[in-house]
Design a protein around this ligand. Sequence first.
Ligand code: CAA
Length: 244
Amino acid sequence: MARIALVTGGMGGIGTAICQKLADAGHTVVTTYSRPGKEVQWLADQKEKGYTFHAYQCDVADYESCQALAARISAEVGPVDVLVNNAGITKDTTFRKMSKVDWDVVMRTDLDSIFNVTKPFIDGMTDRSFGRVINISSINGQKGQFGQTNYSAAKAGMHGFTKALAQEVAKKGVTVNTVSPGYIATEMVMAVKEEIRHAIISGIPVNRLGLPEEVADLVVYLAGDKSGFITGSNIAINGGQHMF
Ligand code: CAA
């Protein structure tokens, strides 16, 4: 069934693929961007590829900004049944060198955001007896990563949120799941120094980076009507780099 889906941070590598695949599945897709600038070009590029998306500016780290977003979507697009908490950032540095600012900005953007964005949409989902919340975490939330104490903590916290909320809303037809991608061919991964990146890829049994589209296909399945018995799960998509 076609629904309204909100994908935060939909203009990044994984986000763009998720928006496109949700649209391919027939959903109306709304996305967010943090700073004005690249949305005009992104929307134009998508239009050229045949996609029409709704895009709103929103700081997912800011509660009021998310409430304002929800009010606008409700008035201008309609009720959101599928929420993909995808927006996230890295500030990689060893703990010894990590500033309080590096810690705070990652916790606020990657972890507080899932409270801020889920909060204004969850009641609508339970009232309508259908909802899908899909939190995009990371392999590094499970295994930890040198240089990512902030990001690993935030991404691990995200799955605790998933498991708790999943229990609270299960009876109302709402599922809450975590998807934990490994290293995917995106700008975020390409920003890792080449030699470190190569060393990481050599540790992936499938022997390559993942594709954003591979993550997006999984998200589309979780967003659909057939996935109702999957909730509170953490689904790894990492080429075998970390098995648990
Ligand atoms: N394991 C063990 N030791 C390591 C190491 C590792 N993975 N990486 C670096 N070191 C060692 C170095 O060999 C060096 O040792 P010596 O001092 O004895 O020579 C020391 O640590 C370097 O320490 P520095 O504090 O100087 O670190 P740096 O500034 O050179 O690099 C870093 C720090 C930038 C964080 C770097 O370690 C790094 O890029 N790590 C990878 C981070 C990463 O994987 N990010 C993923 C981004 S993509 C993403 O996050 C998406 C997703 O969900 C997967």
